[in-house]
Design a protein around this ligand. Structure first.
Ligand code: CP
Ligand code: NVA
Length: 304
């Protein structure tokens, strides 16, 4: 990878994405081959929000490469309050080899990358969740092979997960349709960037308020929680606004018959997705969660 950091799904080119998928596939099939490949390397994991998948897959991932991880929770660093982002970056770059950070404002992540002379990985900000998009498209690639010409429809909030899917999808030649309630569309700048890439790679980017039209001809239907971490106060109001955007069997039936169902998890069963869909044969959500491990190992392997 040319970029030193992985902050946005735009930090990786199409060829690099496909190379990463090949490496992740090899790592998944030949775990032992990589056991000492990053021996002695230390990953600092900064978490300002809760996590199951990101924490476990990064920690297990660095261990499986022969390194070790240090967990730094919200009360450990108290980023920006006990100590500035600049000072944290200047300390950690002398102590560890790579940093993964999950935080609120995207600018904290970019500031960390600007100030630390070691690779920074975005483990989710309010604006993007690029590691998730890597795992999502790796999962589709494993299941369907060449992704060019495929269509993924994201139904729900135009949030961090939607942004990274738009940006990564466009580079892979995947048409991405995002169906949201009015006022909850993805960021206009992200959509613009995705459209420019999509044009180059023969894909189409669409934003619609109609979930049924959105899922037409979809090879993958994706959803995420209606209220993201940090938006808990809006949860009740959002439930009413988003209820027509629930992914249920009726909506799945409007996509391609062999469409897969994806969700970054955690899921709020009975809200954005029904049990019937998430537990159906079409659902690949746990494979998708496992694949966080394999793609992030590949990512760390490339950045370190
Ligand atoms: N999908 C995902 O990032 O899960 P966690 O919030 O549990 O890390
Ligand atoms: N959009 C969700 C994703 C969780 C993995 C959030 O930010 O809470």
């Amino acid at each position: 990878m040319k970029a030193q950091d992985f902050i946005s799904a735009q930090d990786i080119t199409t060829d690099e994405l496909l190379g990463l998928f090949e490496l992740a596939k090899d790592m998944k099939g030949n775990r032992k081959k990589y056991f000492r490949s990053r021996e002695g390397m230390t990953l600092a994991m900064i978490f300002e929000k809760p996590s199951l998948r990101t924490r476990v897959t990064f920690d297990v991932g660095i261990q499986q490469l022969g390194g070790n991880g240090i967990f730094l929770g919200p009360s450990d660093i108290n980023l920006g309050k006990r100590e500035s982002v600049f000072d944290v970056a200047k300390n950690l770059e002398r102590m560890v080899d790579i940093i993964m950070i999950r935080t609120f404002s995207h600018s904290i992540c970019t500031d960390m990358a600007d100030h630390a002379g070691i690779p920074i990985i975005n483990g989710l900000t309010d604006h993007e969740h690029p590691c998730q998009a890597l795992a999502d498209f790796f999962t589709l690639w494993e299941l369907r092979g060449d992704l060019k010409g495929k269509k993924l429809t994201y139904v729900g909030d135009g949030n961090n997960v939607a942004h990274s899917l738009l940006l990564a999808g466009a580079r892979l030649g995947v048409s991405v349709s995002v169906a949201t309630p009015k006022g909850y569309e993805p960021d206009a700048g992200v959509v613009e960037n995705a459209k420019m890439d999509a044009q180059k790679f023969g894909a189409k980017i669409e934003v619609t308020n109609d979930p049924v039209a959105g899922v037409a001809n979809a090879d993958a239907v994706y959803t995420d929680v209606w209220a993201s971490m940090g938006q808990e106060a809006e949860a009740e109001e959002r439930k009413k606004i988003f209820s027509p955007y629930q992914v249920n069997s009726e909506l799945m039936a409007k996509a391609n018959p062999d469409a897969v169902f994806l969700h970054c998890l955690p899921a709020h069963r009975g809200e954005e997705v029904t049990d019937e869909v998430i537990d159906s044969k079409q659902s690949v959500v746990f494979r998708e969660a496992e694949n966080r491990l394999h793609v992030q190992k590949a990512l760390m392997h490339e950045l370190l």
